[in-house]
Design a protein around this ligand. Sequence first.
Ligand code: PLP
Length: 415
Amino acid sequence: MTAAAAHTPSAYPLDRIRADFPALAQQVRGKPLVYLDNAASTQKPRQVIDTLADFYRHDFANIHRSVHTLGERATARYEAARETVRRFLNARRAEEIVFVRGTTEAINLVAQSWGRANLKEGDEILITAMEHHSNIVPWQLVCRQTGARLRVAPIDTHGELILEELAKRIGPRTRLVSVVHMSNALGTLNPVKEIVALAHARGIPVLLDGAQAVPHLPVDVQALDCDFYAFSGHKLYGPTGIGALYARHELLEAMPPWQGGGEMIRTVTFEETTYNDPPFKFEAGTPAIAEAVGLAAAIDYLEGIGWEAIAAHEHDLLEYATARAGEVPGLRLIGTAREKGAILSFTVDRVHPHDLGTFLDHYGIAVRAGHHCTMPVMDFFQVPATVRASFGIYNTRQEVDLLIDALKEIIEVFG
Ligand code: PLP
């Protein structure tokens, strides 16, 4: 057993996984790269990189419109990717999967299509105090357009959602509950099944922002019983520019298009246009074809490792990192929920998070320092920003040691 694998659950193929990611083999500032910015975006395995290159070398053409062989091949691979995403989320049918640029676009789609069609003056959208800006601002925009208002369920000092407070805010004017599955700023895993049950008991649909959840745990939209589920490919070891919105078929059928153009129509005259069926009604223009194929390769890759193995490995890293963080003088963890994904957010006395991030880069360690697109969370904890180390399938306990040792050194000099 190698040093890298020394503490992980014995069957986990850590060395093989690391070898699949060419970017991890490099040095940064003369040190081996320690990549701990996975919540922002993950590195890509050669299986995804090679799939993209092969697709462009052999099968690329525009889709859904060409009768020639390449057009047919590209269309088949794009639609096969949709089927892979369907299987990944356990949606009932492939038509329930809309390809979008990512989580942000998925939520904007729901806000502008479903929201504009269903919201009136005085209606309410309920979110939580730990949402990413992309699950706040699209709702503010549609509230301004329709006269609806945004309500916010509070969190506690551990960064946990206060479920009773959320329940209290579900009222006769609530039209949608939109909640993050796993918080990018705190790591908190929300009790999304219970939230869906609470909302459905009042006949209210639920959107789940799965941007951070999908890389860490298996998601089953039928078991969750949610109405919308959004995620991004680039946080799932796949390409940028591609993600998916799952929505119940009957919702998609009733929703109006939100962008007009090619592909989303059935017939067009200057007087009137009729629209294509879902999901095509929501995929105006030439989509991210190769990226969808690359996303399917990423999903296949992760399924090859297995969700149980991934979850166990990342849980071990989080526990280990949380314990070792206690050794760093003046370190305050931001986000100590009982149910957490592999994210360690923290501040350190007397050293600004941005400075810490820059110093860590000198050790070859990539972390994120900032508000993580969750300014209300920073306000709640009364910090300007945090440092966030976020772990993925290829991280090791050794890398956690390097982070902790570097933090101790930095604090000794600058703290
Ligand atoms: N929601 C959460 C919880 C996120 O962490 C992110 C990205 O950091 C997003 C939404 C937005 O994802 P994207 O920028 O891929 O659209």
